[in-house]
Write a protein that binds this ligand. Structure first.
Ligand SMILES: *[C@@H]1O[C@H](CO)[C@@H](O)[C@H](O)[C@H]1NC(C)=O
Ligand SMILES: *[C@@H]1O[C@H](CO)[C@@H](O)[C@H](O)[C@H]1NC(C)=O
Ligand SMILES: *[C@@H]1O[C@H](CO)[C@@H](O)[C@H](O)[C@H]1NC(C)=O
Ligand SMILES: *[C@@H]1O[C@H](CO)[C@@H](O)[C@H](O)[C@H]1NC(C)=O
Ligand SMILES: *[C@@H]1O[C@H](CO)[C@@H](O)[C@H](O)[C@H]1NC(C)=O
Length: 401
């Protein structure tokens, strides 16, 4: 191709664009038989049809489309197009027909158009989630749930969901999730139970007042009979007796009784106070983030029988950081025939120096002990308890002596 032809074509192309852009309304060539000339007539606008071509004397005559018909562009047609009849089954009218637009039909909710049919949106099976929800024009798009996400349902709406973050909830991950199953977490928010601290420091402080100075074989039954409210069942008492040593039996019994009577005003008050106490202990102790070595050292410093390293390791696995020490202390108490934990802890504190404990830890331990020993707490619980069961238990105590 020679250069001038090339240039000529480019020029032609430009000039055509130029003229079509220039002419508005758009025009068309028409041979007018009357004048025997080629005329440039205006096209008809959308919504009209051509009634008469233009002449040397007059413009093109366009008339509005009759009802139920339309034209949607500039054109030279002498008739309008009929609108599509009413919408098909499973469709509804999205836009009614008017002179410039055909009727628009659309599949009803939950369906999309495939060829001529409104088909149901696809449901994504377990393991797959909805990446793009279906529309009247398009089917659902499913995608495989990526790592860390799951879908356990067949659904045309549900996207993949994030696995529950057990540690975020303060729970333990007991079964790792996959694309079809959520993570399974264990325990509940009452994490003291999950971690297995069966008698907390506060309960111990509180329940200690119910301990007789000397245990007799039927001590527990006497206590059961004298506690107000709903009685602890005989089977439960037997179970407690079988499983626990004498002091622990008392604690467990009171705990059960407290639980069974938690709706009674008197017990509500006790529960409230114990909760307050436990929050305080958590506040003091919770900050004592102890490493394995430190826990080991602390347990070593407690007098009497030692908590085994296996127990320490298990506790590190099953209890949250802020509960580990409390759990180990409760294990120590049980191992040592229900020794007073606070006394044990005070003993330990004196011997901790050799373990290079951080000051903050020993400080918070001291504060906890002081708090639990505090005169107000002590008196409050004593008063509460004595008020609660009155002279009954006192007389039992005396009779047991
Ligand atoms: C005709 O319908 C279209 C939508 O389908 C709308 O945009 C347009 O404004 C309507 N024209 C008249 C004259 O009602
Ligand atoms: C899907 O997982 C959620 C969250 O773990 C659960 O609540 C729901 O019951 C599960 N549904 C089915 C059908 O398994
Ligand atoms: C779970 O939550 C903890 C915060 O408690 C965060 O550090 C961790 O990244 C979260 N894990 C996931 C998988 O989101
Ligand atoms: C996902 O885990 C569940 C139980 O947690 C198991 O039954 C299922 O086979 C696992 N699916 C895959 C694809 O690994
Ligand atoms: C204790 O450890 C936990 C997790 O191991 C951490 O999130 C927290 O900030 C630590 N607290 C302190 C006071 O160091």
């Amino acid at each position: 191709m020679s250069w001038w032809l090339c240039c000529a074509l480019v020029f032609l192309d430009i000039s055509i664009k130029w003229t079509t852009q220039e002419t508005f309304p758009p025009k068309y060539l028409h041979y007018d038989p009357d004048s025997g000339r080629q005329l440039m007539c205006e096209k008809c606008s959308p919504g009209t049809y051509l009634k008469q071509h233009c002449t040397a004397r007059g413009n093109t005559l366009c008339l509005p489309c009759p009802e139920h018909s339309y034209t949607d562009s500039w054109h030279t047609s002498d008739e309008c197009v009929y609108c599509s009849p009413v919408c098909k089954e499973l469709q509804h009218t999205k836009q009614e027909c008017n002179r410039t637009h055909n009727r628009v039909c659309e599949c009803e909710a939950g369906r999309y158009l495939e060829l001529e049919f409104c088909l149901k949106h696809r449901s994504c099976p377990p393991g797959l989630g909805v990446a793009q929800a279906g529309t009247p024009e398009r089917n659902t798009v499913c995608k495989r749930c990526p790592d860390g996400f799951f879908s356990n349902e067949t659904s045309s709406k549900a996207p993949c969901r994030k696995h529950t973050n057990c540690s975020f909830l303060g729970l333990l991950l007991t079964q790792k999730g996959n694309s079809t199953h959520d993570n399974v977490c264990s325990g509940n928010r009452e994490s003291t139970q999950k971690c297995g601290i069966d008698v907390t420091l506060c309960e111990e402080a509180f329940f200690r007042f119910a301990l007789p100075t000397k245990f007799t074989p039927n001590w527990l039954n006497v206590l059961v009979d004298n506690l107000p409210g709903t009685k602890v069942k005989a089977e439960s008492v037997e179970r407690i007796k079988r499983r626990h040593s004498s002091q622990e039996q008392t604690f467990q019994l009171l705990k059960l009784w407290k639980h069974q009577n938690k709706d009674q005003d008197m017990v509500k008050k006790i529960i409230q106070d114990i909760d307050l106490c436990e929050n305080s202990v958590q506040r003091h102790m919770g900050h004592a983030n102890l490493t394995y070595e430190q826990l080991l050292g602390l347990m070593e410093s407690l007098p009497g029988k030692k908590v085994s390293t296996e127990d320490i390791e298990r506790t590190r696995k099953t209890c949250r950081a802020n509960e580990q020490l409390l759990k180990l202390l409760s294990l120590w108490r049980i191992k040592n025939g229900d020794q007073d934990t606070l006394k044990g802890l005070m003993h330990a504190l004196k011997h901790l120096k050799t373990y290079h404990f951080p000051k903050t830890v020993t400080h918070s331990l001291r504060k906890t002990i002081r708090f639990l020993h505090s005169f107000t707490m002590y008196r409050l619980y004593q008063k509460l308890f004595l008020e609660m069961i009155g002279n009954q238990v006192q007389s039992v105590k005396i009779s047991c002596l």
